[in-house]
Design a protein around this ligand. Structure first.
Ligand code: NDP
Length: 330
């Protein structure tokens, strides 16, 4: 495993990490969760990603039970949660002091841990002053309940504002951002955030490296019954590939599978290795619904060295003019 600094912070995260969106609590039960986390940890993964909204809290409950059972030394791994969508009531959503504090406490309880290593604002909240959120995150750090805080899918402008507030009041600003990054979605990491790496030492923990599995080529012959596109409640993901643009993206994925084959690796491995290759990426968060996928995907770290300039050019050529997916995941 390779370890990278999370931006300019002193925290070293594994270049590949493991997340639980869609899977834990929907496709993966407690036993399988513990098994997959063990596979990841044994391969050197030291960061496990979660959020209050995943399976309405059940994803954190499962991860908490697994952590308890596995009894790893608490200083050997990092766990995250994210705050934004905590329920239907007005006090249960967004980034107000009230919800951020409540969400932090609830996540700690579900995960059965004493502090969160990383805590994210899952989306920007235009109804809460940025000062309120930055002060609250700073307080949670001072109280020892979280160690680093960050954002997810914020614009460069919003992240900059958070840093300006932090500087003005001598508070701790956001350390990391969690954007989508894969061969269909490159804009934020490769262009919009460019000034933030130097100005603020931004770290990035990127999500959906395989575009929800599309880049494996698994959807080229239809939708397998045991795949993410068949999971109840996630029909909107499938819908995005039934449009003309979506069909073109599936075709790009087919070409990508052939390219990967020529390189003697799977498309999943090539898609993940391509994300790791970018030094702006601190960690690539993997998703897997079963152990075999995770084993295959973790081996992507060995494939990075095969991605020379010629290969990178070939990959770019495949995805040139690929239609961009819709801007958000929900
Ligand atoms: P991916 O794009 O890698 O998709 C993972 C899914 O693709 C798996 O669950 C599996 O689904 C399929 N898959 C993975 N590997 C293989 C393989 N080798 N062969 C065949 N199918 C495979 O990542 P995710 O979308 O899961 O995102 C990763 C993590 O990022 C999440 O768990 C979460 O922690 C985080 N995230 C954060 C978001 C945010 O807003 N901050 C949003 C989304 C995710 P299946 O078998 O069911 O088809």
């Amino acid at each position: 495993m390779e370890y990278r600094r999370l931006g300019k912070s002193g925290l070293h995260l594994s270049a590949l990490s493991f997340g639980s969106w869609v899977t834990f609590g929907n496709q993966v039960d407690e036993k399988a969760a513990a098994e997959m986390m063990t596979v990841a940890y044994d391969a050197g993964v030291n960061f496990f990603d979660n959020a209050e909204v995943y399976a309405d809290g059940q994803s954190e409950v499962l991860m908490g039970k697994a952590l308890k059972k596995l009894e790893w030394s608490r200083d050997s791994y990092c766990v995250s949660s994210k705050v934004f969508w905590g329920g239907e009531k007005p006090t249960q959503v967004g980034l107000s002091r009230k919800h951020v504090v409540d969400a932090c406490h609830a996540a700690l309880k579900r995960l059965q841990i004493e502090y969160l290593d990383l805590f994210y604002c899952h989306r920007p909240d235009i109804h809460t002053p940025i000062e309120e959120t930055v002060f609250t995150m700073n307080d949670l750090i001072r109280q020892g309940k979280i160690l680093y805080w960050g954002t997810s899918e914020w614009s460069a402008q919003q992240i900059t504002e958070a840093h300006q507030v932090a500087r003005e009041y001598r508070l701790i600003g956001p350390t990391m951002e969690q954007p989508e990054y894969n061969l269909f979605k490159r804009d934020k990491i490769e262009s919009e955030y460019l000034p933030l790496y130097d100005n603020y030492g931004l770290g990035t923990t990127i999500w959906s490296p395989l575009a929800s599995g599309v880049l494996t080529g698994k959807y080229s012959g239809g939708i397998p019954a045991d795949s993410r596109f068949s999971v109840k409640g996630y029909e909107w993901l499938k819908d995005r590939y039934e449009t003309e643009d979506g069909k073109q993206r599936l075709e790009k994925a087919n070409q990508f599978v052939k390219l990967a084959k020529n390189l003697n690796m799977s498309a999943a491995q090539l898609g993940i290795a391509w994300c790791v290759k970018n030094p702006r990426v601190s960690t690539v968060i993997l998703g897997a619904s079963r152990k075999e996928q995770l084993v295959e995907n973790l081996a992507a770290i060995e494939c990075v060295k095969k991605l020379n300039e010629a290969v990178m050019r070939e990959i770019d050529a495949v995805f040139q003019n690929a239609p961009k997916p819709a801007p958000d995941f929900r």
